[in-house]
Design a protein around this ligand. Structure first.
Ligand code: CU
Ligand code: ZN
Length: 185
């Protein structure tokens, strides 16, 4: 009788252990599924009235932030301010329907490495003599989640260089290309 009880206890112990392992495994699986859910968005960029700058900006969630890959054609040679704006609306022809820089915290304008900056402050993109402008970087401030999310916001490429300090928009001038950030699976 005593032996049977010991065996019973061992079986109970083994079953509990298996159950705990099973729960831990389930946890991991749930997390992985959560990670895989979002995590990419695209802004198709269309030239504003009288301009030729068009292209694509892809946002992908990566370790440490969001990777921004942008590619434009039809851009005048030189540096061009590149921002996320607060409204995903390019309907006005001049891009002004996209509103001001996306700035949920009410910070001053700055560059992408500024300690205080607009969420949308992505600095400049350089175009070559052929009119091609390409960039690829990871931004630690951008997010797809919560009140700072960039989903549904606008993207603007400007005629001039963002000086990264003039308020409120870096004196980057007219808006030559506009797009809306849309989630893709
Ligand atoms: Cu802008
Ligand atoms: Zn700004």
């Amino acid at each position: 009788m005593k032996k049977t009880l010991t065996e019973f206890c061992w079986v109970l112990f083994a079953l509990s252990f298996a159950a705990i392992l099973g729960c831990a495994q389930q946890d991991t699986t749930d997390k992985e599924e959560g990670m895989a859910a979002v995590r990419k968005a695209v802004s198709e960029m269309t030239a504003t009235t009288g301009n030729n700058a068009s292209g694509t900006v892809t946002f992908t969630e990566v370790e440490g932030g969001i990777r921004v890959e942008a590619s434009f054609t039809g851009v005048a040679e030189g540096e061009h301010g590149f921002h996320i704006h607060e409204t995903g609306d390019c309907s006005s022809g001049d891009g002004k329907s996209a509103g001001g820089h996306w700035n949920p915290a009410g910070n001053p304008h700055a560059g992408p490495s500024g300690e205080m900056r607009h969420v949308g402050d992505l600095g400049n993109i350089s175009a070559n003599a052929a009119g091609d402008a390409v960039t690829d970087f990871v931004d630690p401030v951008l997010t797809f989640d919560g009140p700072n999310s960039i989903l549904g916001k606008g993207v603007i490429l400007h005629a001039n260089m963002d000086d990264l300090s003039s308020q409120p928009t870096g004196a980057a001038g007219a808006r030559i290309s506009c797009g809306v950030i849309e989630s893709v699976e």
